[in-house]
Design a protein around this ligand. Sequence first.
Ligand SMILES: Cc1cc2nc3c(=O)[nH]c(=O)nc-3n(C[C@H](O)[C@H](O)[C@H](O)COP(=O)(O)O)c2cc1C
Length: 175
Amino acid sequence: MNTDFDDPAAGLRMALRRLAKAVVVITCVHDGRRYAMAATAVSEISMDPPTMLICINRTASIHEPLAAGADFCLNILHSGQADISANCSGKAKGDARFALGEWSDLGGRLILSGAQANIVCRNLKRIEAGSHTIFIGEVARTRQSGAVDPLLYVDGGYAVASSIRAAPSSAAASS
Ligand SMILES: Cc1cc2nc3c(=O)[nH]c(=O)nc-3n(C[C@H](O)[C@H](O)[C@H](O)COP(=O)(O)O)c2cc1C
């Protein structure tokens, strides 16, 4: 069954339920305060120089420190870290977001130790876009840990990735 939407925002919301994204917790420190927010609107831009972008709602508490120029870290979550994502997307507020998980320092930036990867970015520039601000960061340092096993967000819930293994061909299966 096909469903068409006349309202582009409503249609986009429904379409995006079908776009599986890896969950990232963005962190920064500003004026001695720690900030963290779960996000999926995160993308690579270029490798030369290595740059990333994040889209942040202007109402989010991390927006103000980022707009003030705070550098940020992208922590790509592991499939076992859905509780940290929930904490960093509204369940906990302020510094209580750091009660779950082990947080440490990488080159002066706040990183989640058990994350699959950490990408430390220098806050380069910003672009206003509707309700959100796009922040562009130049990658300064990265770290990876463990196997590739991301936490995904799809159809309004958390999921894990599994690879598609080629089914054995009938010739191979009968030999
Ligand atoms: C899986 C997931 C992905 C999200 N992605 C984004 C995002 O890319 N940008 C954004 O501004 N908010 C995103 N949010 C919403 C924020 O995490 C949430 O509104 C957060 O509570 C805002 O921070 P605050 O409570 O500190 O104001 C996402 C939430 C979830 C659960």
